[in-house]
Design a protein around this ligand. Structure first.
Ligand SMILES: [Fe+2]
Ligand SMILES: [Fe+2]
Length: 164
């Protein structure tokens, strides 16, 4: 068993959502948001909850209203769900890949890479459809944008994201 497998195994058992985690997110997310949240992989769910706990603690220390920031923390990586394919997508891809002798696979690799780099923007685009406040969309869109400075809420989100 190589190191990667060990790490993956460790991560899969340590990234379990606990009852307290579920109670916590129920306080901050409505039914639609919960549906979006549970589209994330188990490890991404756990990461998002940890970021949200850290955001809550940091806001308490700095006397900042944390409600919007906690919601942003829970949904900040929601753009990563975009890469998930359902079974029908997969079978179509396999067929197309056979017919094109592999060039579709290259395309879907590009799509995955694109999601990785653009998941902030993709996430805010997903939420835009639900009519969210600009500030929340802004935080999610820019959580990996290090060119922006002077926005404490964004800084808190980024710091907590990095720590977890
Ligand atoms: Fe992210
Ligand atoms: Fe993240």
């Amino acid at each position: 068993m190589n190191f990667y497998r060990v790490k993956q195994f460790y991560w899969s058992i340590s990234s379990k959502m606990e009852v307290e985690d579920e109670k916590f997110i129920n306080q901050y997310l409505n039914t639609d948001e919960l549906k979006l949240f549970y589209e994330l992989s188990k490890s991404e769910q756990k990461h998002s909850v940890k970021v949200a706990y850290d955001v809550k603690k940091t806001c308490e220390e700095e006397n900042i209203n944390s409600k919007l920031l906690i919601k942003a923390a829970l949904l900040h990586d929601i753009g990563k769900t975009f890469k998930k394919l359902n079974l029908i997508d997969k079978s179509i891809l396999v067929m197309a890949d056979n017919m094109t002798k592999g060039s579709v696979r290259k395309l879907s690799q590009i799509k995955k890479v694109n999601v990785y780099y653009n998941h902030g923007k993709i996430g805010s685009d997903i939420l835009k459809k639900y009519g969210y406040e600009k500030e929340l969309l802004y935080l999610i869109e820019n959580h990996h944008n290090f060119k922006i400075s002077g926005n404490r809420a964004l800084e808190i989100l980024r710091e907590c994201d990095d720590r977890n």
